[in-house]
Design a protein around this ligand. Structure first.
Ligand code: NAP
Length: 482
């Protein structure tokens, strides 16, 4: 029997669809799953000469061309370590393991280290941590792929992965080598953080339209459809239309009204937020989106408190009425989304500097143009702006084309946030998106007062504007009561 080009372990929804995607591009794939029934089911349903079922690691490994290229698509965490440990005795130097799950980048860094020759009895196994976005449909028809880790391995696997990836706006594959060790999984984590923020912006826009403007889900769906035909064109706006307009099959009315307002999370938004906090960076729109999901989860408490307070949202000033509001909202969404990207990209820049990854933000923008959940026309705008600005790694807010866009639409974002403040509808992600741009573009922030206070109560010292060094003032404690 001829040997397979690739091996794939883990036949849940993502692994099955990726295996089928590889096979549909003409590659032969040997598959393996811990529970053999799943392998049998998969082969029964999709098996052909390109998809080969195997039932133990010996059979699996022997069925692969060398160097072996093995993609692991199992539950992130301990399962990945378990699979690697079980596989290792059968592998040879030069073989490649590609973890395509949502692994934490610190785990990917650890695994990259553990698979070097000294730790594996002289066998140098290449390890690639590959972010995969696009859900089950993306996995089957073309995901956005963010591989990081062994560059040598990347040279050997790229022909396969470029073939299955989605296409960007120019028809190039949505994949690029992101950087060493955990860089691919890091960028995927930030992608998911931005996804949280964009979805929260959409939810806040929906709530304004629903509560303040008394729009029906159908009307909001139609407005989002209009937005999707313009500069907000994106996968998330596209799928929001059916989500908003679908009729409930179990009772009369829109399904959206029957869906409980308690948002779930798998944790990558939290990972991104914690990582930003640890690196001393602000991704406040992402973090607010995570907090908003946590608040939504406290449904029972909210229910009780809403009865106690009965603070029904009030309609704000009349200046933002009707059609005008729809335009302001569209432009505010656009500016806020750019702000979310700017926050995420700054986090990537900081991490890249600290972890010594050579990340190219123009390329990251490009590979997010297609296949992934945040794919959007805006990403092509960011990619083009980086190219025209002749820069691949500067802060997004400093790229000339983006400066123009922000200057144009920031007043509308400001108008929306101040209007929202009068309505009783909360807009945490819109607000932080505005504040992030405002603060990052403000020469003098009030942190001088914070430094003065810290020095007063804790002798924490401060720097001065007019000379270098660290200063402490003997503040007169007696002034406290004056
Ligand atoms: N679902 C998505 O939209 C999506 C998108 C991007 C990335 N991801 C990531 O891709 C990976 C796969 O996702 P998924 O949704 O297809 O599957 P999943 O539900 O995360 O994991 C199920 C798969 O993992 C295997 N598995 C679990 N524990 C194992 C262990 N200890 N040893 C060996 N195999 C084990 C299962 O085998 P059994 O059949 O034997 O239980 C099954 O094949 C995950 O890391 C996920 O976070 C998912």
């Amino acid at each position: 029997m001829p040997l397979s080009d690739l091996g794939l372990i883990g036949l849940a929804v993502m692994g099955s669809n990726l295996a089928r995607n590889f096979a549909s591009r003409g590659f032969t794939v040997s598959v393996y799953n811990r529970s053999p029934e799943r392998t049998n089911e998969f082969i029964k349903e999709f098996g052909n000469e390109k998809l080969v079922g195997t039932f133990d690691y010996v059979q699996f490994v022997r069925s692969l061309k060398r160097p072996r290229k093995i993609m692991v698509m199992v539950k992130a965490g301990a399962a990945v370590d378990g699979v690697i440990a079980d596989l290792l005795p059968y592998l040879q130097a030069g073989d490649i393991i590609i973890d395509g799950g949502n692994s934490h980048y610190r785990d990917t860094q650890r695994r990259s280290k553990e698979l070097v020759a000294s730790a594996t009895g002289g066998k140098k196994i290449h390890f690639v941590g590959c972010g995969v976005s696009g859900g089950e449909e993306g996995a089957l028809h073309g995901p956005s792929l963010m591989p990081g880790g062994s560059k040598e391995a990347w040279q050997q696997i790229k022909v396969y992965y470029q073939a299955i990836a989605a296409k960007d706006f120019s028809g190039r594959p949505c994949i690029t080598y992101v950087g060493d060790n955990g860089a691919g999984h890091y960028v995927k984590m930030v992608h998911n953080g931005i996804e949280y923020a964009v979805m929260q912006l959409m939810a806040e826009a929906y709530q304004m339209l629903r509560v303040v403007y008394k729009q029906t889900p159908q009307q909001i769906g139609e407005l989002f459809k209009k937005y999707n035909a313009g500069k907000l064109n994106s996968f998330l706006f596209q799928i929001a239309v059916p989500v908003l307009t679908r009729q409930d099959e179990l009772k009369k009315g829109f399904l959206i009204d029957a869906i409980l307002d308690r948002a779930g999370a798998k944790g990558t938004g939290q990972w991104a937020s914690v990582d930003a906090l640890e690196r001393g960076m602000s991704i406040s729109s992402v973090t607010e989106a995570v907090f908003a999901r946590s608040t939504s989860a406290a449904k029972n408490d909210r229910l009780k408190l809403s009865k106690l307070y009965r603070m029904l949202p009030t309609k704000g000033g009349s200046t933002l009425g009707g059609k005008k509001f729809q335009t302001i909202l569209e432009n505010a969404l656009y500016a806020a989304m750019i702000s979310c990207y700017a926050q995420g990209y700054e986090l990537i820049r900081k991490a890249a500097a600290e972890e010594k990854w050579e990340v190219n933000l123009a390329e990251i923008s490009r590979i997010w143009e297609g296949g992934c959940i945040i794919r959007a026309k805006l990403l092509n705008v960011l990619h083009s702006a980086y190219q025209k600005g002749n820069s691949k790694n500067s802060p997004l807010l400093a790229v000339p084309g983006i400066v123009t866009l922000i200057k144009k639409h920031l007043p509308e974002l400001r108008a929306l946030v101040s209007f929202a403040g009068t309505t009783g509808v909360s807009t945490p992600s819109f607000s932080t998106a505005l504040f992030y741009v405002q603060d990052m573009t403000t020469e003098r922030l009030p942190a001088n007062l914070i430094q003065g206070l810290r020095d007063f109560f804790g002798a924490h010292t401060y720097e001065r504007t007019d000379r270098p060094g660290s200063f402490h003032t003997e503040w007169n404690q007696r002034t406290i009561n004056n």
